[in-house]
Design a protein around this ligand. Structure first.
Ligand code: CP3
Length: 343
């Protein structure tokens, strides 16, 4: 059986593009909310292989997506480097900020196996329960994005703490980035060896950087991860998602040598078709708010994305994660429209 998502990531075009959604296992699903309530905290759910595998499979059973993404979080990496992470209900992540070089020194060199092993076990269990034509995606955060949470201890405020740290002490910041590059390679290779078919690197905060910092802190470290993963596991596809940086996609594509690039909803379709899609597969880019809105606006956005991109190598997705209040009927409407498409 062919995995249509994997085949697109490896360079084919499909007449009907494969589809999955970022955050497809999550709070918009009643079955997720039930299991989440049972697990207690969000991280308990991430580190419980049976429950995390079940949550990963829920959207596959309900919607028949072509891709399943490991249920976990990008902040598992700092957690496994010794910077304890907690999630406050409704408030997002909290970490003890890495404020200076002393705090940097306290991080471990290697990932704590007792923390990452349950994640690899989740991958094995998902693999065992997944239909053969569904592609299993592993993931990590890009070093820049993960560093912004490590330094500020939380999200928000345009990631100012990390930007300031990088300007004041670029050499110190580079030490943190280097640590994250090595940890991310090891983490992704662990997921692939456990059964992930491909991996995605989430650079959610890439778009906030000026050009030179973008090259230095987003593209270059991500390129080292792509190279390191491919050295360890030749041929495994890597998707890079530099959110908010659709105007710098050429730098990401040429600089990282990824196989596919994620588009957010601000991408310019003519530019992407001309300059990006001939080189790599593209993935995206429905605005999560139009999926929340539904109706004619959703139908038009889906048709537009299909006519913009389905003529080339294309994975249908959102431009960022699905929002918790999104009605399930809107997801069904979107999938039906994509599946009816032939080009
Ligand atoms: O896409 C998927 O379904 C796979 C699982 C996944 C989660 N987070 C689950 C999650 C993935 C790939 C992520 C990535 C992630 N996590 C990113 C990068 C991509 C993005 O969405 O921007 C970032 C920045 C994080 C850090 C993070 N995790 C934040 C800021 C928050 C709080 C905000 C929020 O949406 O609640 C989380 C929590 C989180 N990660 C939830 C889920 C399902 C919600 C937790 C809950 O159930 O209470």
């Amino acid at each position: 059986m062919t995995k249509s998502l994997l085949s697109v990531l490896k360079g084919d075009r499909q007449p009907t593009p494969p589809i999955w959604m970022m955050r497809q296992a999550g709070r918009y699903l009643p079955e997720y909310r039930a299991l989440r309530a049972e697990a207690g905290s969000f991280l308990n759910l991430c580190f419980n292989p049976e429950k995390a595998a079940e949550v990963t499979l829920q959207p596959i059973r309900r919607f028949g997506f072509d891709g399943a993404i490991l249920f976990s979080d990008i902040l598992v990496v700092p957690h496994a480097l010794g910077q304890r992470v907690t999630f406050e209900a409704g408030e997002g992540p909290r970490l003890d900020p890495v404020a200076d070089r002393e705090a940097l020194k306290r991080l471990s060199d290697d990932l704590d196996g007792t923390i990452v092993e349950p994640v690899y076990e989740t991958v094995r269990q998902v693999k065992a329960g997944l239909p053969q034509d569904v592609t299993l995606l592993g993931f990590c955060g890009a070093p820049w994005t993960v560093a912004t949470y490590m330094i500020a201890g939380r999200g928000g405020e345009d990631q100012m703490a990390a930007r300031l740290f990088a300007y004041r002490d670029p050499a110190g910041f580079a030490l943190l980035i280097d640590r994250l590059v090595e940890a991310s390679i090891s983490y992704l290779v662990g997921q692939i060896r456990a059964g992930a078919d491909a991996v995605q690197i989430f650079d959610t905060w890439a778009g906030i950087l000026p050009a030179s910092e973008f090259a230095r802190w987003s593209v270059e470290p991500t390129a080292r991860i792509v190279a390191g993963v491919k050295r360890a596991v030749p041929g495994v596809p890597v998707i890079v998602f530099p959110k908010g940086a659709s105007f710098r996609l050429k730098l990401t594509v040429d600089g990282t040598q990824a196989d596919a690039v994620g588009l957010d909803w601000t991408a310019d379709a003519d530019f992407v078709r001309r300059e990006i899609q001939p080189k790599v597969a593209v993935q995206g880019n429905i605005d999560p708010l139009v999926l929340l809105a539904g109706g004619d606006a959703l139908e038009q956005a889906v048709d537009q994305a299909l006519s913009d991109y389905a003529g080339g190598r294309y994975v249908f997705n959102l431009g960022h994660g699905i929002l918790p209040p999104t009605p399930i009927a809107h997801v069904e409407q979107m999938i039906a429209r994509v599946r009816a498409w032939r080009s």
